[in-house]
Design a protein around this ligand. Sequence first.
Ligand code: 4AD
Ligand code: MG
Length: 480
Amino acid sequence: MFNKRTKIKALLSSEQTDYEATVMGWVRTFRNNQFIALNDGSTNSNLQVVATLGDLDEAILKRITTGACIKAVGQVIPSLGKGQKVELKASSIEILGDSDAEKFPLQPKKHSLEFLREIAHLRFRTNTFGAVFRVRHSLAFAIHEFFNKRGFLYLHTPIITASDAEGAGEMFKVTTLPLDGTAPKNDNGSINFKDDFFGRSTNLTVSGQLEGELAAMAFSDIYTFGPTFRAENSNTARHLAEFWMIEPEVAFADLEDNMDLAEDFIKYIIAYALEHNREDLEFLAQRLEEEEKQKPQNERAEMGLMEKLDFVVNNNFERVTYTEAIEILKESNHNKKKKFQYLVEGWGIDLQSEHERYLVEKHFKKPVILTNYPKEIKAFYMRQNDDGKTVAAMDILAPGIGEIVGGSQREERLDKLTQRMEEMHIPAEELDWYLDTRRFGACPHAGFGLGFERLVLFVTGMTNIRDVIPFPRFPKSASF
Ligand code: 4AD
Ligand code: MG
């Protein structure tokens, strides 16, 4: 019985009238005791359902309240009202789920995104989050489509691991040992993990890259798309403790191939969203425009959302070395007038997001790929350049966000890799399985990681990363 319903998106996009349809959804508003704005999540647009007393029972009409779930059957007719071509004249309405108007937490007004974050279930039913999560879905689909078309194998890497892929120590521990102080200890007082569930110390993965490299040394082209976890105490609008990452790993590829792949990839998925999510993106563009109006003139973005997305799809990303970028930043008026919180004094510093955003938004005014960073500020697995100072790294920086992609050509030479690991105090015994890739048929290879939520943030024009993931996890917050 339920699968006979017509989705509101299909009903509204067809011009057809004078047929009977069954729709189901949630009441957004009920006006003049007659006009129901009904939404089923298939589109941001509501279907107007006309409920006329006489045709319908008064007791039923009373139960049509905001948030209630209903089934309506009736004729689809041309609409006399403004804003929609067709509407449904209900011949019967069934209440599937009541919603107590007195207790319903949302008012028919604009709520702050922070407030909505606290009512996770109704948040999905707002226009803004409806649009955001439909776009998020499309982007995920486009990602699989892109790699599938190019013959990449989708690899599932483990969520529980015993290694630290980034060597940055930002991991959440996984254990079943008691936390009341009775866990077995070594002579030196540290926890003895031999008695733990896995018989060793384990954590949630920070990246699937190392496992991905093993598979690339067999399938040539692979990608991962899964959750990753970082216990970094970054309370910002761009960091999550649990986020999704896409990590392609490609055999027979160098840094330039890697950049080409990343650029094609980003353009493809944005173009996909532009083609398939127009309505939602236009809604989000409108929303952003209104938000921008609240800002002082000099802080407003130069482009609207649609214009920005079109621009990214149709223009080449700027490719610049770290060394060139430092020169630009050092010589900038911004730096000279001490407008950066962290002044750029010279080569070797790690770039702060204010520096990345200056390069992208003020200097180049387009996405930028920064390459060849100092080895001291990058991970152990990146390929060392001949200058002895830099590695074949690349970060892609996006307007309004900063770093969206991090990647590199990998160090495939065993001696260079183990030497770098030693310098960085990364225990080789624990990564012996990884080093095997360099022992038996190594080849030049490269890969990158795209932070999925940072991409969704960029495409939707939202400002806080917590608003583009259904259930955000960040310091001091893991609700639901
Ligand atoms: O630059 P990262 O740390 O690189 C890696 O993890 C590599 N193993 C990727 C690879 O070469 N296969 O992270 C990659 C991307 C960043 O550019 C950023 O977009 C995102 O992941 N990211 C985060 N997104 C949200 N919250 C966080 N805390 C993030 N940390 C990184
Ligand atoms: Mg990075």
